[in-house]
Design a protein. Structure first.
Length: 95
C-alpha cells in the first residue's frame, strides 16, 4: 500500500522514507519519537486500514535521528523548512 501511495505522489525512495507498522509501535513513534499528539486510532471496517488523526506538521529528522524542526505547510513553514534543510545539508558536507 505504501508503494502505491509513493508512486501516486511521486515520492523519491532515495530521499524519503515512509513507514507503517502495528498500532502500538506507530503510536509510540508518533507520540514519543516525533512528540506529536494523536487521537486513538480507528480501523476502517472495509479495508482494515489503520487511521490515525495526528498533527499536520512536517518533521525533519537528521541522520543521527534528532528532530531538527517542526514545520507547517504554509508559505512561512515551507520557507523555514528550506532553510533548515539547507543548513542540514551544509552540516553533512562538512563531516
Amino acid at each position: 500500500m505504501l508503494q502505491q501511495y509513493a508512486a501516486a505522489h511521486h515520492i523519491d525512495g532515495e530521499r524519503w522514507r515512509l513507514a507503517t507498522g502495528r498500532a502500538p509501535q506507530v503510536l509510540d513513534v508518533v507520540t514519543r519519537g516525533f512528540k506529536i499528539a494523536v487521537e486513538p486510532p480507528t480501523t476502517d471496517p472495509k479495508t482494515g486500514d489503520l487511521d490515525i488523526l495526528h498533527g499536520g506538521y512536517l518533521v525533519v529528522v537528521d541522520p543521527a535521528r534528532r528532530i531538527r524542526g517542526y514545520f507547517d505547510s504554509d508559505a512561512e513553514g515551507v520557507r523555514r523548512l528550506e532553510e533548515t534543510l539547507s543548513a542540514l545539508g551544509a552540516e553533512e558536507q562538512h563531516r
